[in-house]
Design a protein around this ligand. Structure first.
Ligand code: ZN
Length: 509
Protein backbone atom coordinates (compact mmCIF):
# COMPACT_ATOMS: atom_id res chain seq x y z
CA UNK A 1 0.00 0.00 0.00
CA UNK A 2 1.35 3.44 -0.86
CA UNK A 3 1.09 5.71 2.19
CA UNK A 4 1.47 9.43 2.68
CA UNK A 5 2.68 11.24 5.79
CA UNK A 6 0.87 14.08 7.52
CA UNK A 7 2.82 16.15 10.03
CA UNK A 8 1.74 19.11 12.13
CA UNK A 9 4.02 20.84 14.64
CA UNK A 10 3.19 22.51 17.94
CA UNK A 11 6.04 24.75 18.89
CA UNK A 12 6.60 26.60 22.15
CA UNK A 13 8.78 29.69 22.15
CA UNK A 14 9.92 31.30 25.40
CA UNK A 15 10.04 35.08 25.29
CA UNK A 16 13.03 36.87 26.79
CA UNK A 17 11.05 39.79 28.25
CA UNK A 18 12.47 41.54 31.32
CA UNK A 19 9.76 40.28 33.67
CA UNK A 20 7.46 37.26 33.72
CA UNK A 21 4.05 36.99 32.05
CA UNK A 22 1.81 37.91 35.00
CA UNK A 23 4.14 39.23 37.73
CA UNK A 24 7.22 41.43 38.11
CA UNK A 25 9.66 38.56 38.75
CA UNK A 26 12.95 38.58 36.81
CA UNK A 27 12.50 36.53 33.65
CA UNK A 28 16.25 35.98 33.14
CA UNK A 29 16.36 33.17 35.64
CA UNK A 30 18.07 30.50 33.56
CA UNK A 31 21.47 30.83 35.24
CA UNK A 32 20.15 31.72 38.69
CA UNK A 33 19.85 29.28 41.61
CA UNK A 34 16.58 27.29 41.60
CA UNK A 35 13.48 28.88 43.12
CA UNK A 36 15.02 32.35 43.57
CA UNK A 37 12.96 34.31 41.03
CA UNK A 38 9.52 33.58 42.38
CA UNK A 39 6.79 35.56 44.13
CA UNK A 40 3.32 34.87 45.54
CA UNK A 41 1.74 35.54 42.11
CA UNK A 42 3.75 33.02 40.08
CA UNK A 43 3.63 30.58 43.01
CA UNK A 44 -0.17 30.75 42.85
CA UNK A 45 -0.78 31.85 46.43
CA UNK A 46 -4.46 32.43 47.22
CA UNK A 47 -5.57 36.05 47.04
CA UNK A 48 -2.91 37.20 44.58
CA UNK A 49 -3.83 38.77 41.25
CA UNK A 50 -2.02 38.37 37.93
CA UNK A 51 -1.35 41.44 35.77
CA UNK A 52 -0.65 40.80 32.08
CA UNK A 53 2.77 41.89 30.78
CA UNK A 54 2.06 44.32 27.90
CA UNK A 55 5.50 43.86 26.41
CA UNK A 56 4.89 40.11 26.14
CA UNK A 57 1.55 40.76 24.40
CA UNK A 58 3.19 43.19 21.96
CA UNK A 59 5.96 40.69 21.24
CA UNK A 60 3.42 37.93 20.64
CA UNK A 61 1.61 40.19 18.16
CA UNK A 62 4.90 40.96 16.40
CA UNK A 63 5.61 37.23 16.18
CA UNK A 64 2.11 36.54 14.87
CA UNK A 65 2.43 39.31 12.26
CA UNK A 66 5.77 37.86 11.13
CA UNK A 67 3.96 34.57 10.59
CA UNK A 68 1.38 36.36 8.44
CA UNK A 69 -1.40 35.84 11.01
CA UNK A 70 -4.63 37.80 11.27
CA UNK A 71 -4.75 39.79 14.52
CA UNK A 72 -8.25 40.15 16.00
CA UNK A 73 -9.58 43.30 17.67
CA UNK A 74 -9.93 41.49 20.96
CA UNK A 75 -8.46 38.53 22.75
CA UNK A 76 -8.56 37.06 26.25
CA UNK A 77 -6.86 34.73 28.68
CA UNK A 78 -8.38 31.43 29.80
CA UNK A 79 -7.62 28.94 32.51
CA UNK A 80 -6.50 25.48 31.40
CA UNK A 81 -6.83 23.06 34.30
CA UNK A 82 -4.54 20.20 34.99
CA UNK A 83 -2.91 18.89 38.12
CA UNK A 84 0.85 18.50 38.04
CA UNK A 85 3.67 19.62 40.37
CA UNK A 86 5.06 22.06 37.78
CA UNK A 87 1.86 24.11 38.04
CA UNK A 88 1.22 25.43 41.59
CA UNK A 89 -2.21 26.93 40.74
CA UNK A 90 -3.38 23.61 39.23
CA UNK A 91 -4.31 25.63 36.16
CA UNK A 92 -2.25 27.36 33.51
CA UNK A 93 -3.22 30.79 32.21
CA UNK A 94 -3.41 30.26 28.48
CA UNK A 95 -5.67 31.17 25.56
CA UNK A 96 -8.43 28.96 24.24
CA UNK A 97 -10.81 30.32 21.60
CA UNK A 98 -9.42 33.83 21.02
CA UNK A 99 -5.70 33.50 20.31
CA UNK A 100 -3.45 36.51 19.57
CA UNK A 101 -3.07 35.42 15.93
CA UNK A 102 -4.67 32.95 13.54
CA UNK A 103 -4.69 31.80 9.91
CA UNK A 104 -1.10 32.63 9.11
CA UNK A 105 1.65 30.86 7.22
CA UNK A 106 5.40 30.38 7.26
CA UNK A 107 7.53 29.99 4.14
CA UNK A 108 10.99 28.47 3.97
CA UNK A 109 13.38 27.31 1.27
CA UNK A 110 13.55 23.53 0.80
CA UNK A 111 17.14 22.60 1.72
CA UNK A 112 17.41 20.16 -1.21
CA UNK A 113 15.31 21.48 -4.07
CA UNK A 114 15.73 25.19 -3.09
CA UNK A 115 12.03 25.65 -3.79
CA UNK A 116 9.77 27.73 -1.58
CA UNK A 117 7.60 25.69 0.81
CA UNK A 118 4.53 27.21 2.46
CA UNK A 119 3.12 25.80 5.70
CA UNK A 120 -0.13 27.23 7.05
CA UNK A 121 -0.20 28.33 10.69
CA UNK A 122 -3.41 27.61 12.56
CA UNK A 123 -2.78 29.89 15.54
CA UNK A 124 -0.34 31.64 17.83
CA UNK A 125 -1.36 32.08 21.43
CA UNK A 126 0.28 33.37 24.58
CA UNK A 127 0.47 31.55 27.91
CA UNK A 128 2.66 31.15 30.97
CA UNK A 129 5.35 28.50 31.07
CA UNK A 130 5.21 25.77 33.69
CA UNK A 131 8.03 25.13 36.16
CA UNK A 132 10.87 22.79 35.32
CA UNK A 133 10.85 19.24 36.66
CA UNK A 134 14.09 17.34 37.02
CA UNK A 135 13.58 13.63 37.51
CA UNK A 136 16.01 11.52 39.50
CA UNK A 137 15.80 7.78 40.11
CA UNK A 138 13.52 8.18 43.13
CA UNK A 139 12.66 11.87 43.35
CA UNK A 140 11.56 14.74 41.19
CA UNK A 141 12.84 18.24 41.94
CA UNK A 142 10.92 21.30 40.78
CA UNK A 143 12.47 24.66 39.88
CA UNK A 144 9.77 27.34 39.77
CA UNK A 145 12.06 30.00 38.25
CA UNK A 146 10.76 29.09 34.81
CA UNK A 147 7.13 29.07 35.97
CA UNK A 148 5.38 32.15 34.58
CA UNK A 149 7.79 32.90 31.73
CA UNK A 150 5.85 34.25 28.71
CA UNK A 151 5.45 31.39 26.28
CA UNK A 152 4.08 31.49 22.74
CA UNK A 153 2.50 28.37 21.30
CA UNK A 154 2.57 28.23 17.52
CA UNK A 155 0.44 25.51 15.95
CA UNK A 156 0.88 24.61 12.29
CA UNK A 157 -1.74 23.02 10.06
CA UNK A 158 -0.90 19.41 9.11
CA UNK A 159 0.81 20.61 5.92
CA UNK A 160 4.28 19.17 6.51
CA UNK A 161 5.07 16.04 4.53
CA UNK A 162 8.69 15.09 5.28
CA UNK A 163 11.08 14.99 8.28
CA UNK A 164 13.44 17.37 6.52
CA UNK A 165 10.65 19.93 6.00
CA UNK A 166 9.78 19.67 9.70
CA UNK A 167 13.39 20.46 10.58
CA UNK A 168 13.59 23.33 8.07
CA UNK A 169 10.30 24.77 9.40
CA UNK A 170 11.72 24.75 12.94
CA UNK A 171 14.96 26.37 11.82
CA UNK A 172 13.13 29.14 9.96
CA UNK A 173 10.93 29.74 12.98
CA UNK A 174 14.00 30.04 15.18
CA UNK A 175 15.54 32.53 12.78
CA UNK A 176 12.37 34.67 12.67
CA UNK A 177 12.27 34.79 16.49
CA UNK A 178 15.92 35.84 16.57
CA UNK A 179 15.40 38.56 13.95
CA UNK A 180 12.47 39.87 15.98
CA UNK A 181 14.59 39.75 19.14
CA UNK A 182 11.75 38.18 21.14
CA UNK A 183 13.61 34.98 22.01
CA UNK A 184 17.08 33.47 21.76
CA UNK A 185 15.16 30.43 20.54
CA UNK A 186 17.93 28.08 21.60
CA UNK A 187 16.49 24.58 21.33
CA UNK A 188 19.14 22.96 23.54
CA UNK A 189 18.26 25.41 26.32
CA UNK A 190 14.54 24.77 25.96
CA UNK A 191 13.65 28.24 24.65
CA UNK A 192 12.20 26.52 21.62
CA UNK A 193 10.37 23.22 22.10
CA UNK A 194 8.62 21.03 19.63
CA UNK A 195 5.83 18.47 19.76
CA UNK A 196 5.16 16.70 16.48
CA UNK A 197 1.82 15.22 15.43
CA UNK A 198 2.15 12.47 12.87
CA UNK A 199 -0.37 10.34 11.07
CA UNK A 200 -0.40 8.40 7.83
CA UNK A 201 -3.03 7.48 5.30
CA UNK A 202 -3.33 5.62 2.02
CA UNK A 203 -2.23 7.92 -0.80
CA UNK A 204 -5.22 9.69 -2.33
CA UNK A 205 -7.33 9.38 0.82
CA UNK A 206 -8.51 12.77 2.17
CA UNK A 207 -9.53 11.64 5.66
CA UNK A 208 -7.29 12.25 8.67
CA UNK A 209 -6.53 9.17 10.79
CA UNK A 210 -5.70 9.13 14.55
CA UNK A 211 -2.40 10.90 15.08
CA UNK A 212 0.49 10.25 17.40
CA UNK A 213 1.95 13.17 19.31
CA UNK A 214 5.69 12.99 19.99
CA UNK A 215 6.87 15.07 22.92
CA UNK A 216 10.24 16.14 24.32
CA UNK A 217 12.05 16.73 21.06
CA UNK A 218 15.00 18.90 22.00
CA UNK A 219 17.14 19.46 18.91
CA UNK A 220 16.66 20.10 15.20
CA UNK A 221 18.23 16.78 14.27
CA UNK A 222 15.99 14.98 16.72
CA UNK A 223 12.91 16.57 15.14
CA UNK A 224 13.80 14.80 11.90
CA UNK A 225 14.93 11.59 13.65
CA UNK A 226 11.81 11.29 15.83
CA UNK A 227 9.54 11.75 12.82
CA UNK A 228 11.55 9.27 10.74
CA UNK A 229 11.22 6.67 13.48
CA UNK A 230 7.49 7.32 13.84
CA UNK A 231 6.94 7.02 10.08
CA UNK A 232 8.63 3.62 10.00
CA UNK A 233 6.69 2.47 13.08
CA UNK A 234 3.34 3.54 11.65
CA UNK A 235 4.17 2.16 8.19
CA UNK A 236 4.68 -1.27 9.76
CA UNK A 237 1.32 -1.00 11.53
CA UNK A 238 -0.45 -0.05 8.29
CA UNK A 239 1.26 -2.82 6.36
CA UNK A 240 0.23 -5.34 9.04
CA UNK A 241 -3.38 -4.20 8.64
CA UNK A 242 -3.46 -2.68 12.15
CA UNK A 243 -3.16 1.11 11.76
CA UNK A 244 -3.44 3.29 14.92
CA UNK A 245 -7.09 3.51 16.06
CA UNK A 246 -6.72 6.08 18.87
CA UNK A 247 -4.66 9.18 19.42
CA UNK A 248 -1.61 8.49 21.54
CA UNK A 249 1.27 10.40 23.05
CA UNK A 250 4.83 9.14 22.76
CA UNK A 251 8.12 10.47 24.09
CA UNK A 252 11.27 10.58 21.99
CA UNK A 253 14.33 8.93 23.46
CA UNK A 254 17.38 10.48 21.80
CA UNK A 255 19.71 7.77 23.14
CA UNK A 256 17.92 4.96 21.30
CA UNK A 257 16.35 7.05 18.51
CA UNK A 258 12.95 5.54 19.30
CA UNK A 259 9.61 6.73 20.65
CA UNK A 260 7.86 5.18 23.67
CA UNK A 261 4.18 5.35 24.50
CA UNK A 262 3.22 7.70 27.36
CA UNK A 263 -0.12 8.59 28.96
CA UNK A 264 -3.04 8.90 26.57
CA UNK A 265 -3.87 12.39 25.51
CA UNK A 266 -6.44 14.63 27.22
CA UNK A 267 -9.06 16.21 25.01
CA UNK A 268 -9.91 19.91 25.28
CA UNK A 269 -12.90 19.09 27.51
CA UNK A 270 -10.67 17.46 30.12
CA UNK A 271 -8.98 20.83 30.64
CA UNK A 272 -12.28 22.58 31.52
CA UNK A 273 -11.21 25.84 29.91
CA UNK A 274 -12.98 29.01 31.04
CA UNK A 275 -12.11 32.72 30.80
CA UNK A 276 -9.77 33.82 33.59
CA UNK A 277 -11.90 36.16 35.74
CA UNK A 278 -8.76 37.83 37.13
CA UNK A 279 -7.68 39.23 33.78
CA UNK A 280 -9.65 41.77 31.73
CA UNK A 281 -10.16 41.01 28.01
CA UNK A 282 -7.51 42.38 25.65
CA UNK A 283 -8.39 45.08 23.12
CA UNK A 284 -6.16 45.78 20.14
CA UNK A 285 -6.32 48.90 17.99
CA UNK A 286 -5.87 47.92 14.34
CA UNK A 287 -6.08 51.49 12.97
CA UNK A 288 -3.25 53.86 12.23
CA UNK A 289 -2.99 56.16 15.27
CA UNK A 290 -3.84 59.85 14.93
CA UNK A 291 -0.69 60.64 16.93
CA UNK A 292 2.76 59.11 16.38
CA UNK A 293 3.43 55.42 16.94
CA UNK A 294 5.84 56.34 19.68
CA UNK A 295 3.04 58.03 21.57
CA UNK A 296 0.56 55.26 20.80
CA UNK A 297 2.92 52.62 22.21
CA UNK A 298 3.91 54.55 25.32
CA UNK A 299 0.47 54.30 26.90
CA UNK A 300 -1.75 51.34 27.63
CA UNK A 301 -3.06 50.94 24.10
CA UNK A 302 -1.74 48.12 21.96
CA UNK A 303 -1.60 49.43 18.41
CA UNK A 304 -1.24 46.63 15.86
CA UNK A 305 -0.65 49.04 12.95
CA UNK A 306 2.40 50.45 14.74
CA UNK A 307 3.70 47.02 15.69
CA UNK A 308 3.45 45.95 12.06
CA UNK A 309 5.14 49.03 10.66
CA UNK A 310 8.09 48.57 13.03
CA UNK A 311 8.84 44.96 12.08
CA UNK A 312 12.43 44.36 10.94
CA UNK A 313 13.29 42.85 7.58
CA UNK A 314 12.57 39.16 8.05
CA UNK A 315 14.92 36.34 6.96
CA UNK A 316 13.02 35.33 3.83
CA UNK A 317 12.78 38.94 2.59
CA UNK A 318 16.46 39.44 3.31
CA UNK A 319 17.39 36.37 1.26
CA UNK A 320 15.23 37.55 -1.61
CA UNK A 321 16.81 41.00 -1.52
CA UNK A 322 20.38 39.66 -1.39
CA UNK A 323 19.65 37.35 -4.31
CA UNK A 324 17.73 39.93 -6.33
CA UNK A 325 19.88 42.98 -5.72
CA UNK A 326 23.34 41.40 -5.67
CA UNK A 327 22.87 38.15 -7.56
CA UNK A 328 23.98 36.07 -4.58
CA UNK A 329 23.29 32.35 -4.86
CA UNK A 330 20.59 30.83 -2.67
CA UNK A 331 23.26 28.99 -0.65
CA UNK A 332 25.27 32.16 -0.03
CA UNK A 333 22.10 34.06 0.92
CA UNK A 334 21.10 31.23 3.28
CA UNK A 335 24.50 31.16 4.96
CA UNK A 336 24.54 34.91 5.53
CA UNK A 337 20.94 35.27 6.64
CA UNK A 338 21.28 32.22 8.91
CA UNK A 339 23.51 34.29 11.20
CA UNK A 340 21.72 37.50 12.13
CA UNK A 341 24.80 39.48 13.25
CA UNK A 342 26.74 38.48 10.15
CA UNK A 343 23.84 39.42 7.86
CA UNK A 344 23.47 42.86 9.45
CA UNK A 345 27.25 43.37 9.17
CA UNK A 346 27.18 42.35 5.50
CA UNK A 347 24.46 44.93 4.77
CA UNK A 348 26.62 47.63 6.34
CA UNK A 349 29.67 46.41 4.41
CA UNK A 350 27.77 46.72 1.12
CA UNK A 351 26.74 50.31 1.77
CA UNK A 352 30.30 51.20 2.84
CA UNK A 353 31.64 49.38 -0.20
CA UNK A 354 29.48 51.54 -2.42
CA UNK A 355 30.96 54.72 -0.97
CA UNK A 356 34.53 53.39 -1.18
CA UNK A 357 33.95 52.36 -4.80
CA UNK A 358 32.44 55.72 -5.67
CA UNK A 359 35.43 57.54 -4.21
CA UNK A 360 38.11 55.29 -5.72
CA UNK A 361 39.54 56.18 -9.11
CA UNK A 362 40.16 52.55 -10.07
CA UNK A 363 36.70 51.20 -9.11
CA UNK A 364 33.26 51.72 -10.60
CA UNK A 365 30.25 50.74 -8.50
CA UNK A 366 27.79 50.66 -11.38
CA UNK A 367 29.70 48.12 -13.45
CA UNK A 368 31.46 46.25 -10.62
CA UNK A 369 28.65 46.03 -8.08
CA UNK A 370 28.00 42.31 -8.57
CA UNK A 371 31.69 41.36 -8.52
CA UNK A 372 32.41 43.50 -5.46
CA UNK A 373 29.44 42.21 -3.46
CA UNK A 374 30.30 38.61 -4.38
CA UNK A 375 33.88 39.18 -3.18
CA UNK A 376 32.54 40.77 0.03
CA UNK A 377 30.17 37.82 0.45
CA UNK A 378 32.97 35.25 0.00
CA UNK A 379 35.18 37.04 2.49
CA UNK A 380 32.34 37.39 4.98
CA UNK A 381 31.31 33.74 4.77
CA UNK A 382 34.63 31.98 4.20
CA UNK A 383 37.12 34.17 6.01
CA UNK A 384 35.45 36.39 8.58
CA UNK A 385 32.91 33.84 9.80
CA UNK A 386 35.58 31.13 10.11
CA UNK A 387 37.95 33.50 11.89
CA UNK A 388 35.23 34.52 14.35
CA UNK A 389 34.52 30.87 15.11
CA UNK A 390 38.22 29.96 15.43
CA UNK A 391 39.04 32.87 17.74
CA UNK A 392 35.74 32.65 19.62
CA UNK A 393 35.18 36.37 18.98
CA UNK A 394 31.90 38.20 18.73
CA UNK A 395 31.38 40.56 15.79
CA UNK A 396 29.30 42.97 17.85
CA UNK A 397 32.08 43.56 20.39
CA UNK A 398 35.08 43.28 18.04
CA UNK A 399 36.87 46.44 16.86
CA UNK A 400 36.35 45.46 13.20
CA UNK A 401 34.06 47.95 11.44
CA UNK A 402 32.09 47.51 8.23
CA UNK A 403 33.96 50.50 6.79
CA UNK A 404 37.39 48.90 7.36
CA UNK A 405 36.20 45.56 6.02
CA UNK A 406 34.84 47.27 2.89
CA UNK A 407 38.20 48.95 2.32
CA UNK A 408 39.92 45.56 2.52
CA UNK A 409 37.53 44.25 -0.15
CA UNK A 410 38.51 47.21 -2.36
CA UNK A 411 42.23 46.49 -1.84
CA UNK A 412 41.67 42.85 -2.77
CA UNK A 413 39.52 43.73 -5.75
CA UNK A 414 42.14 46.09 -7.20
CA UNK A 415 44.97 43.57 -6.56
CA UNK A 416 46.74 45.87 -4.13
CA UNK A 417 46.72 42.96 -1.70
CA UNK A 418 46.65 39.24 -2.40
CA UNK A 419 44.40 36.91 -0.48
CA UNK A 420 47.18 35.54 1.76
CA UNK A 421 48.06 39.01 2.99
CA UNK A 422 44.39 40.04 2.97
CA UNK A 423 43.85 37.33 5.56
CA UNK A 424 46.68 38.78 7.68
CA UNK A 425 45.12 42.26 7.47
CA UNK A 426 41.72 40.86 8.45
CA UNK A 427 43.21 39.12 11.48
CA UNK A 428 44.85 42.35 12.63
CA UNK A 429 41.64 44.34 12.08
CA UNK A 430 39.61 41.81 14.04
CA UNK A 431 42.14 41.90 16.85
CA UNK A 432 42.97 45.58 17.13
CA UNK A 433 40.85 47.45 14.59
CA UNK A 434 42.32 50.00 12.17
CA UNK A 435 42.27 50.96 8.49
CA UNK A 436 43.00 48.17 6.04
CA UNK A 437 45.28 50.41 3.95
CA UNK A 438 47.21 51.66 6.99
CA UNK A 439 47.77 48.08 8.20
CA UNK A 440 48.85 47.07 4.70
CA UNK A 441 51.53 49.81 4.62
CA UNK A 442 52.62 49.40 8.22
CA UNK A 443 53.17 45.63 7.87
CA UNK A 444 54.48 45.83 4.29
CA UNK A 445 51.73 43.61 2.93
CA UNK A 446 50.91 45.29 -0.37
CA UNK A 447 51.11 43.22 -3.48
CA UNK A 448 54.27 43.47 -5.52
CA UNK A 449 53.84 45.95 -8.38
CA UNK A 450 54.32 44.59 -11.87
CA UNK A 451 57.72 46.24 -12.39
CA UNK A 452 60.12 43.43 -13.13
CA UNK A 453 60.79 42.60 -9.48
CA UNK A 454 58.68 39.46 -9.75
CA UNK A 455 60.57 38.29 -12.83
CA UNK A 456 63.85 38.82 -10.98
CA UNK A 457 62.74 36.64 -8.07
CA UNK A 458 61.47 33.90 -10.41
CA UNK A 459 64.77 33.80 -12.25
CA UNK A 460 66.63 33.46 -8.93
CA UNK A 461 64.38 30.60 -7.88
CA UNK A 462 64.84 28.82 -11.21
CA UNK A 463 68.61 29.14 -10.99
CA UNK A 464 68.71 27.78 -7.45
CA UNK A 465 66.42 24.77 -8.02
CA UNK A 466 67.78 22.76 -10.90
CA UNK A 467 66.21 19.51 -9.69
CA UNK A 468 62.66 20.90 -9.38
CA UNK A 469 63.04 22.54 -12.80
CA UNK A 470 64.14 19.21 -14.30
CA UNK A 471 61.23 17.42 -12.55
CA UNK A 472 58.73 19.91 -13.95
CA UNK A 473 60.18 19.58 -17.45
CA UNK A 474 59.87 15.79 -17.07
CA UNK A 475 56.12 16.25 -16.48
CA UNK A 476 55.84 16.54 -12.69
CA UNK A 477 53.22 19.28 -12.15
CA UNK A 478 53.86 19.25 -8.42
CA UNK A 479 57.35 20.59 -8.92
CA UNK A 480 55.86 23.79 -10.36
CA UNK A 481 53.84 24.37 -7.19
CA UNK A 482 56.99 23.98 -5.11
CA UNK A 483 58.77 26.56 -7.26
CA UNK A 484 55.90 29.06 -6.97
CA UNK A 485 55.88 28.44 -3.23
CA UNK A 486 59.50 29.53 -3.10
CA UNK A 487 58.68 32.66 -5.10
CA UNK A 488 55.93 33.52 -2.60
CA UNK A 489 58.32 32.97 0.31
CA UNK A 490 61.09 35.06 -1.29
CA UNK A 491 58.61 37.90 -1.98
CA UNK A 492 57.45 37.70 1.68
CA UNK A 493 53.97 36.80 0.47
CA UNK A 494 53.61 39.96 -1.60
CA UNK A 495 53.70 38.39 -5.07
CA UNK A 496 50.46 37.66 -6.82
CA UNK A 497 50.40 33.82 -6.81
CA UNK A 498 48.49 33.61 -10.08
CA UNK A 499 50.86 36.04 -11.85
CA UNK A 500 53.85 34.18 -10.40
CA UNK A 501 52.51 30.86 -11.68
CA UNK A 502 51.93 32.17 -15.17
CA UNK A 503 55.26 33.96 -15.44
CA UNK A 504 57.07 30.88 -14.08
CA UNK A 505 55.46 28.70 -16.76
CA UNK A 506 56.42 31.21 -19.43
CA UNK A 507 60.02 31.38 -18.31
CA UNK A 508 60.30 27.58 -18.10
CA UNK A 509 58.73 26.99 -21.51
ZN1 ZN B 1 6.50 36.03 40.22
Amino acid sequence: MELEVIIGLEVHVQQKTKSKMFCACDNASEELPPNTTVCPVCMGHPGTLPVANKEAIRWAIRAALSLNCEIPESSKFDRKHYFYPDLPKAYQISQFDQPIGKNGYLEFIDPDTKELVKIRINRLHLEEDAAKNTHYSKDTLVDYNRGGTPLMEIVSEPDITTPSHAKAYMQELRLIMRYLGVSDADMEKGHLRCDANISMRPKGDTKLYPKTEIKNINSFNNVAKAIEFEISRQTELWNAGTPPTTETTRGFDAATGTTQEQRSKEGAKDYRYFPDPDLPPLKFNLEKPTTSCEEANSGHEINVYCLKSSLPELPLDKRRRLMGEYNLSVDDANTLVGQKELALFFDNVISELESWANDAADLDWTTQKTALTQLACNWTINRLSTLLADTDKDLATSPLTAENFAELICLLSTNKVNSTNGQKILEIMLDKGGDASAIMLEHDLCQMADDGALEGIIKEVIAANEKSVADYKAGKEKALQALVGQVMAKSKGKANPQAALELMKKLLA
